[in-house]
Design a protein around this ligand. Structure first.
Ligand code: HEM
Length: 509
């Protein structure tokens, strides 16, 4: 929460960051979800009959009725939004129980269809730019900048992915690993040195920010610039999801100012990267900016300074809250189920005896149990709950007609919980479910597990996120223990611990 501000932290944390997007409300409210045979409540039927004559002729009378909330203009939006804000998990659970795996609702005055069927979720994610498109409100576009990949249209998106993905390959990760190791070990040391309880939710986000900033821009971990960027970023993130009132002193106004400060810092870092590339040391290890300055699309076009600045800002935004929140969710499980920490430690003992002390990229690839813990935390507590899209044309989803311009919420987390392989004990935290009896990873991930999304917009930073989570957990298991004040702490909207998850880190003697 951020004071009285109506920020997206208070509004929709589960849809934020890579996921924290929310779609534009359609310019005109589309006519209907369903066929003329729909048995909607009478007030809604009347309401629709006026609006939907043109569209209705196209709809098949055979289509199944789409269940969901009665759409009384303004009232449904208002009541639903209050319920959604105050009782997020139950908001969905109640409707899943009542209406099934697909239903219509209205949140934030935004009529939408909620989809959980894993096949449909996957199909629609893959149909980005064809049937659906990610859509952002103008206020957020302004803060992200005109060149952000998150808001790019089909053509720009293809070009930007071609260039940006060159800084997110496995080879790039190998370059970044020493920096990630450095930030991870120094962070653990700072936590262990702290005389005050460490609030792990904020601390893990801070860690993820430091990793993203140092790896992407080359900013020094112990320098003042990183501290300033971190502080400014906090203000910037708050404003991204606030009421878009561009007046000085409001969260949105402050965010505009913070964006300028961060952008100026990034510009200086771009210039430093340029200088490095032109210098005699340019053949050494590279950060992402140094790579991106040289990266080209298929036509040999490079990113301009303005593009680079917006893209780096986007990566910082997309990369830190997601990874930090995921990591902080691991800690209570280690306390509640001590055998998990024991197995993590046993894995590190095995890894050390096989590869020696050094943590290389190949060593990180040989930690199936650590990976299983990470997968399980993302399956059960995935920070990305629903991915929001807008339909580009009329689409049929599970036999229901969804008109062009509607918002579709693709529930990636829910689809992961519902897949066949997990049904019996779906709500238990069990890393072992990701392993064969031999201890090796499952050969294929179960269908429906899409914590990083899918299709053309699949998470660009997924290898980096995995690498930093593996590194921190490996170092933690090797040398530290964590004691939380309350492992059962209440998680606001399922992902944000109300007290910040305080606890202490101890060095193993
Ligand atoms: C546990 C950590 C993370 C999770 C769960 C996560 C999840 C996701 C998801 C679900 C999407 C797809 C959103 C959509 O389809 O609209 C996405 C996109 C994206 N992610 Fe991540 N992410 C994580 C970490 C990172 C990191 C570390 C970075 C970079 C530093 C990053 C950069 C991006 C970018 C740039 C996109 C947009 C890609 C595009 O539109 O083409 N993410 N992420």
């Amino acid at each position: 929460m951020h004071g009285k501000a109506f920020t997206m932290e208070t509004v929709a944390p589960r849809q934020l960051t890579c996921l924290r997007q929310f779609s534009k409300r359609p310019a005109t409210v589309p006519a209907s979800f369903t066929s003329r045979s729909n048995t909607v409540l009478s007030n809604e039927r009347h309401h629709r009959s006026v609006r939907c004559q043109a569209a209705a002729s196209d709809l098949s009378a055979q289509q199944t009725v789409l269940q969901g909330d009665t759409d009384v203009p303004i009232i449904t939006g208002l009541l639903n939004t209050i319920e959604w804000l105050t009782d997020y998990t139950n908001f969905y659970e109640k409707r899943f129980a009542k209406f099934g795996s697909i239903f219509r609702t209205n949140v934030l005055f935004n009529p939408m269809v909620v989809v959980t069927d894993e096949t449909e979720v996957e199909r629609l994610l893959k149909a980005e730019h064809k049937l659906v498109e990610s859509a952002w409100p103008t206020s957020m576009r302004n803060l992200l900048g005109p060149n952000s990949i998150l808001t790019a249209d089909k053509q720009q998106h293809k070009q930007q992915r071609q260039i940006l993905s060159q800084a997110f390959t496995e080879a790039a990760m190998r370059e970044y690993l020493p920096t990630v190791m450095d930030v991870s070990s120094r962070t653990l040391e700072q936590w262990a040195d702290s005389t005050e309880p460490v609030k792990f939710y904020g601390a893990a986000k801070c860690f993820a920010f430091d990793v993203a900033a140092t790896v992407l821009t080359g900013v020094r971990f112990d320098g003042d610039r990183l501290v300033r960027m971190r502080e400014q970023f906090e203000t910037y993130s708050d404003g991204l999801f606030a009421i878009p009132l561009a007046v000085p002193g409001t969260p949105y106004g402050k965010a505009i100012k913070a964006r300028r400060v961060i952008s100026d810092d990034i510009e200086k870092l771009v210039l430093a990267a340029k200088e490095h590339n032109q210098s005699s040391q340019s053949s050494g290890r590279k950060n992402a900016l140094q790579m991106l300055l040289e990266a080209q699309d298929e036509n040999g076009v490079k990113l301009s300074m303005e593009q680079l600045k917006d893209q780096v800002l986007t990566q910082l935004f997309a990369g830190h809250e997601t990874t930090g929140a995921t990591l902080s969710r691991v800690l209570p499980e280690l306390q509640k189920q001590p055998h998990i920490l024991k197995q993590l430690r046993a894995e590190q003992a095995r890894v050390i005896s096989r590869h020696g002390d050094a943590i290389t990229y190949d060593v990180l690839e040989d930690m199936p149990y650590t990976d299983a813990v990470i997968k399980e935390v993302m399956r059960l507590y995935g920070i990305v709950d629903g991915i929001w899209r807008q339909t580009l044309e009329d689409v049929t989803i599970q036999g229901h007609h969804i008109p062009k311009g509607w918002t579709v919420q693709l529930m990636v987390k829910r689809s992961g919980l519902a897949v066949d392989d997990f049904r019996e004990d779906a709500h238990d935290f069990k890393p072992a479910r990701w392993l064969e009896s031999s201890g090796q990873p499952l050969k294929t991930n179960p269908k429906g597990f899409m914590p990083f999304g899918g299709g053309p917009r699949i998470c660009l930073g997924m290898l980096l996120a995995r690498m930093e989570m593996r590194t921190l957990l490996a170092l933690l298991a090797r040398g530290y223990s964590v004691e939380l004040e309350d492992a059962q702490e209440y998680w606001f909207q399922g992902f944000k611990p109300v007290n910040g998850l305080p606890g202490q880190v101890y060095r193993l003697s």
